[in-house]
Design a protein around this ligand. Structure first.
Ligand SMILES: Cc1cc2nc3c(=O)[nH]c(=O)nc-3n(C[C@H](O)[C@H](O)[C@H](O)COP(=O)(O)O)c2cc1C
Length: 369
């Protein structure tokens, strides 16, 4: 049997294989952030299709972190019942599911246009060529409030039957904004040195752990390098990964930090049409893996079974994580298991993503291209 189908544990969570469905926002929650029947259907299909661990899309932990209409919320107890139904359905299919805990920070600004509210961020940056929306820097009290909201969100996730939580600390969002020396210009204990810029992540972990107990798996998706000069560099991103694993995070999914050039400097590069374009964060993950003692998850343009097998066999990661291929082919893992090891047919055209940004529901639009 391929190593990709060997079970492995993340803390107390036993996974049936090494395939993770990387967090994928579907914009299918109802207008109040609650789970919809359409979402349950997607998750059941993925679990039926053989995915070991499904990570949900971004679920905001506090209203100040919401960035999209029809995004899921875990900011109140009213969200628990819907998620309970979703997790039970995944478990019925032998799958496991983690909730992705999210706060958008300054990236909420676009969503707030025309509304009487300002987005919040570690620091306000004057004349920032990369970000021209309105926002303001957070007070100390606000930082502690949001940390507590992450812990509360994790507790609710446990009550709703999720097998784990994953802190979204990658891409354009609040924890990445704290870690990046570009967006974090604070002169108090939340800014400056790497350990200070990681204090937010550390306090979130401690708050979550205090609220969920010792056995519950707490994962992190970490952006280890920003996509523009003056941002987080990999040398620091790698140290961050090591520190976070030492402080207690149970598994690290390695991704992009703040985004640069669209799409080539983002987490969703396009035109993955040859082996050389595949696994575009492979080297980052491999280097991090050699530094940490917790499982690592590789993500980013993984499309070929043999390449993923090699990654695990060579100990470059413990799990492989896919998003776009599973939008098009939610049953591909079981196809691979049955011996039909064709490459994923997703061509990474990103029309799924563009449709989502235009307010449409998640769907593969490749045929239409
Ligand atoms: C439609 C879409 C929605 C996504 N939503 C999320 C999300 O909610 N949280 C997250 O961390 N990443 C999200 N991502 C990024 C993916 O998890 C993944 O990191 C990226 O697409 C690279 O993997 P892939 O090449 O297998 O698609 C999304 C990607 C796509 C295409």
């Amino acid at each position: 049997m391929s190593i990709l189908f060997q079970p492995m544990k993340i803390r107390s969570m036993e996974l049936r294989n090494r395939f993770v469905r990387s967090a994928t926002c579907d914009c299918l929650a109802d207008g109040t952030g609650h789970v919809s029947e359409k979402q349950i259907k997607i998750f059941v299909e993925l679990a039926k299709g053989g995915v070991g661990l499904i990570v949900t899309g971004i679920a905001y932990v506090h209203h100040s972190g919401q960035i999209l209409t029809n995004q899921n919320s875990i900011a109140g107890d009213d969200c628990i019942a819907g998620f309970k139904k979703l997790t039970a359905n995944v478990h019925d299919q032998g799958g496991k599911v983690a909730l992705q805990l999210f706060h958008g920070g300054r990236d909420r600004a676009e969503f707030l246009r025309g509304k009487n509210e300002q987005a919040i961020a570690p620091s306000f940056i004057q004349n920032d060529p990369y970000f021209t929306e309105e926002y303001r820097s957070m007070t100390q009290d606000e930082i502690w409030d949001i940390i507590g909201a992450f812990g509360d969100g994790a507790k609710r996730a446990g009550e709703a039957g999720f097998d784990a939580v994953q802190l979204h600390a990658a891409h354009a969002f609040l924890p990445s904004q704290f870690l990046s020396p570009y967006t974090n210009r604070r002169s108090d204990e939340w800014g400056g040195s790497l350990e200070n810029r990681l204090r937010f992540h550390r306090e979130i972990y401690q708050d979550i752990r205090a609220k969920v107990g010792a056995d519950y798996p707490v994962l992190i998706k970490l952006g280890v390098q920003d996509g523009f000069p003056g941002g987080l560099e990999f040398s620091e991103g790698k140290q961050a990964a090591r520190l976070l694993s030492q402080w207690g995070y149970d598994a690290l999914e390695i991704s992009q930090g703040l985004r640069g050039e669209w799409y080539e400097g983002t987490e969703f590069r396009s035109k993955i049409d040859c082996l050389d374009r595949e696994g575009y964060f492979r080297n980052w993950c491999k280097e991090v893996k050699s530094e940490v003692n917790v499982p690592t998850i590789m993500v980013g343009g993984l499309r070929t079974f043999e390449l993923m097998e090699e990654v695990i066999e060579k100990c470059e990661a413990d799990f492989v994580s896919l998003s776009r291929p599973l939008i098009k082919e939610p049953g591909i893992i079981n196809e691979w298991k049955s011996g039909n090891r064709h490459g994923a047919t997703c061509i990474s055209c990103n029309m799924c993503l563009e449709a989502l940004r235009d307010g449409e529901e998640l769907q593969c639009k490749q045929q239409a291209s």
